[in-house]
Design a protein around this ligand. Sequence first.
Ligand SMILES: Cc1cc2nc3c(=O)[nH]c(=O)nc-3n(C[C@H](O)[C@H](O)[C@H](O)COP(=O)(O)OP(=O)(O)OC[C@H]3O[C@@H](n4cnc5c(N)ncnc54)[C@H](O)[C@@H]3O)c2cc1C
Length: 392
Amino acid sequence: MRTDLYQGHDYYNMDDLLSEEHKLIRETARAWVKQEVSPIIEKAFEDGKFPRHLLKGIGEIGGFGPYIPVEYGGAGLDQISYGLIMQELERCDSGLRSTSSVQSSLVMYPIWKYGNEEQRMKYLPKLATGEMIGCFGLTEPDHGSNPGGMTTNFKDMGDHYLLNGAKMWISNAPFADIAVVWAKDESGRIHGLVVERGMEGFSTPTMGGKWSLRASDTGELIFEDVKVPKENLLPNKSGLGAPLGCLDSARYGIAWGAIGAALDCYDVALRYSKERIQFDRPIAGFQLQQKKLAEMITEITKAQLLTFRLGQLRNEGKATSAQISMAKRNNVDMAINIAREARQILGGMGIINEYPIMRHMMNLESVITYEGTHDVHLLITGLDITGENAFK
Ligand SMILES: Cc1cc2nc3c(=O)[nH]c(=O)nc-3n(C[C@H](O)[C@H](O)[C@H](O)COP(=O)(O)OP(=O)(O)OC[C@H]3O[C@@H](n4cnc5c(N)ncnc54)[C@H](O)[C@@H]3O)c2cc1C
């Protein structure tokens, strides 16, 4: 097992912009990851299973609902703190960050923002500690990039709703206690419903065969005449804007997380290049390898600046969905390119699980697709700057 020697990299003194609390939150997350996750992550990835014993620890470092108010069990932190936690988790593994960001931004966020007080008190405190786990059902077999076309639906039966349909590619589904499910009412309007494990007609089969995000469990959500109590409908927002609001929050977290994965690849490649001797000198001394490393830290630094500014805008409630799309798209693309370059710096050792690079590279193939594909985020920027919709 490789010792986790990771050190952060801060070429533009970004730390000067952080508060002491921010740094403490980051160090706490980093120390927990090094002690509890790094020693087991390669095995979890190989086994294709999320290590569920970590849930409590993620809750303890504030990884579930960092920005949810304290009265609902959250940590009441700002958006930069949320980003720093996502960065540290994904520095270890995108699947670890996925589990945390699904719970925070796709389950706790809609219950907090769109739910009523009773729903908040019922679910949020348990979700914050990891005692309860949630998942988010938006994507369907025939509706991925176009979620508005969804066919999952519910009918008003007087004293309950009757839910039918199917979701796929749902992170955390196989072991989630609850699912925030997006479905159409009889008039075709989209609403969020909290579906609980154990409701008759609700099942969550695991999806296998993934070569990416293997340390995160993915499944389907099947609804066959599921009777959902009326009090489980999230009353305060409906329409496609409701799930998209959750995605804004999650995509913001991914923008930070991707920097973490990139930093880990750079960190490993930099250290390796100084130690690996070929032609009687460290390979770090060859111009071709320096070009790779210099470009990596340049791209990481640009992403850090972009994302920190986005965090400030989020703290002020001013970040637009299009700004978030730009950061998600840029940073994941940056990270996947760095993973590929880092893999080359390690030569053959780059493909071995003694190093995390190949795992990051495979994980990022999911991250570049989920929560809006690389193409879709480009179209969002295109629409924003031209006013022309190129989606259809
Ligand atoms: C590991 C993993 C975990 C996931 N977790 C969740 C989850 O927890 N909850 C959830 O709801 N979903 C989840 N997803 C689903 C994810 O959000 C979708 O895969 C994603 O939105 C893309 O949908 P799709 O796979 O159906 O691709 P498609 O929409 O079929 O896209 C295929 C290709 O067509 C392109 N394309 C589509 N429309 C256009 C267009 N208008 N113009 C140009 N090109 C276009 C896309 O960019 C892409 O390259 C997860 C996915 C993965 C892989």
